[in-house]
Write a protein that binds this ligand. Structure first.
Ligand SMILES: [Zn+2]
Length: 232
């Protein structure tokens, strides 16, 4: 989607779609879609996890299920006011590139820290199941995107980031009090050239539609429905 000024509005969490299917990504950015139902349970989990990490943050540590972070020599990011500013507002970490024609912005879940103060982006992922092996390839760009925004805002950034996965421990347990399992997942973001990823995206969006992708299930639903969507 474009801003009033004609810049492509891109976000770290939206990069997933670009990797998954460039055709769907093009359509999603050029046409107004039916609004998605908000994933309220997912947002509720994010809020719960923020409170959980914050309560341990005040004690200078991480929740027990994330103790692997301590083993990996990760420090707690203690400035909760600054973190909350990044969680709630897009302006402090917004990257505007008028030459390429995009604005890149988004909210972050959490931040961790290296010994030397470099920032480590972190994102909570709650799901019904343990993460599959190939999950990282979709989220690497998202985490690298936060790293890019931090760097542009003048912060030093680590070459690693973390996904903090949560999923029900035992789905056959009939208790309403669901126990969640946590999994700390390190992701290498040092090799990602975010500047290039973003310019590749803008190039794709500035091209006419390249056609539906026969390997993509979602494309199968869209093709032939061109008249259903109105150009912006
Ligand atoms: Zn597709």
């Amino acid at each position: 989607m474009r801003t009033k000024e004609g810049l492509w509005r891109l976000s770290p969490s939206g990069l997933y779609g670009f990797r998954e299917c460039p055709a769907c990504f093009w359509v999603d950015n050029h046409y107004r879609r039916a609004p998605m139902l908000p994933l309220l349970l997912n947002s509720a989990m994010d809020e719960i996890l923020k409170s959980r990490y914050d309560s341990y943050r005040l004690k200078g540590t991480f929740p027990p299920e994330a103790s692997r972070l301590i083993k990996e020599k990760i420090k707690v990011f203690e400035d909760l006011d600054l973190l909350n500013n990044w969680r709630e507002n897009m302006a402090p970490l917004r990257v505007i590139n008028e030459k390429w024609g995009y604005v890149f912005q988004g909210k972050i879940d959490d931040v961790l820290m290296e010994d030397d103060g470099r920032l480590i982006p972190a994102d909570y992922k709650s799901s019904g199941n343990p993460p599959k092996e190939d999950k990282q390839k979709y989220y690497r760009d998202q985490l690298a995107g936060y790293g890019f925004m931090f760097r542009k805002a003048g912060h030093k950034v680590s070459d690693r980031a973390y996904l903090l996965h949560y999923f029900p421990k035992d789905k056959s347990n009939p208790e309403i009090k669901i126990e969640f399992e946590g999994l700390v997942d390190r992701v290498d973001i040092g090799s990602i050239d975010m500047e290039k990823t973003l310019s590749d995206i803008v190039e794709l969006l500035n091209e006419p539609f390249l056609g539906y992708n026969s390997d993509c299930e979602k494309c199968g639903y869209y093709s032939g429905r061109e008249n259903w969507v109105k150009p912006l």
